[in-house]
Design a protein around this ligand. Sequence first.
Ligand SMILES: [Zn+2]
Length: 182
Amino acid sequence: MSIPRRIRHCRVCGTPVDYRVPPDDNRERALCPACGEIHYENPINVVGTLPVWGEQVLLCRRAIEPRYGFWTLPAGFLELGETSADGALRETDEEAGARVELEGLYTVIDVVRAGQIHLFYRARMRDTTLAPGPETLEARLFREDEIPWDEIAFRTVRQTLEHFFADRQRGEGYPLHEGAIA
Ligand SMILES: [Zn+2]
């Protein structure tokens, strides 16, 4: 499988890189012809929450590209130095200003073509105070029959919501769901 060639210049010395298979490796990597640095690239973690208040779930309308104006669950890139749970809480605070308690990892979805893994936690909102950040046009609560299904930003968000409403309907708990976006 071909990999996206995202690195153009060496992060150490700035020389344009070559994509070649290093000795003792079996994949093309970004190699610096000047200093010999090998730049490894691996999938990025996107972490978020599914905040719940009674019968309602919290969605945020994006104020940034991609998918400007579409609705999403609060989520973003995991930072170095934080756990996935910490990152999910931070993104929920930054994007919605919502105060939540995590109730367990709920979906793990590979987005292979984008080189990402999306992880969503179920979360219980402590109150309905919201303070959307600069990446969010508006944040609000939706009942299941109010969800704007045609305006959901990402397939991982759609899948997470679908699992949640199906599990809630079934009434037998909220098991972890694994999946992949082809
Ligand atoms: Zn270099």
